[in-house]
Design a protein. Structure first.
Length: 147
């Protein structure tokens, strides 16, 4: 017997749950703002992800289970492993960025929100300079080609 039908539903649900953290990560990367991320919530969420991840592996590799069929064990455990693995990785990245900004703001003795806004300004200025320099480099190369 192959992968159970409920395994496919579980995988679809796992994928949807996994990508729900992605917009938050994209927003943080764009804005550099982690001020509204709550540390306790992410700690609890990461612990939960880890527990579900381990539980999924235990379902898959539990050879003591009454149902010895690997396909059934995969149907039960794989969605958890996939979802919590992806959620855990994305959430861990968000948590690391949060802690980096949190401690940097503490060292600078400013609010995290102020620190994040200044970080965003510096990032934008840097990207503008890179853009200008790349256009200058392109102009120089064009002039060389004309000669």
């Amino acid at each position: 017997m192959g992968f159970q039908w409920y395994g496919y539903i579980g995988l679809i649900g796992s994928i949807l749950i996994s990508i729900f953290t992605l917009p938050q990560l994209i927003s943080i990367i764009k804005t550099k703002n982690t001020a509204y991320i709550h540390i306790p919530m992410y700690i609890i969420f990461l612990i939960g992800c880890t527990c579900f991840f381990i539980g999924g592996f235990m379902m898959i590799f539990n050879t003591q289970a009454a149902d010895q069929n690997l396909a059934n064990r995969l149907s039960n455990g794989l969605p958890l492993v996939v979802a919590q693995g992806i959620c855990g990785i994305i959430s861990a990245i968000i948590f690391v960025l949060k802690m980096k900004n949190y401690f940097a703001a503490k060292r600078a003795n400013v609010s995290e929100l102020h620190y994040c806004h200044e970080l965003k300004k510096l990032s934008d200025e840097y990207h503008k300079k890179i853009h200008v320099l790349s256009h200058k480099q392109h102009s120089v190369e064009e002039k060389k080609e004309e000669k």
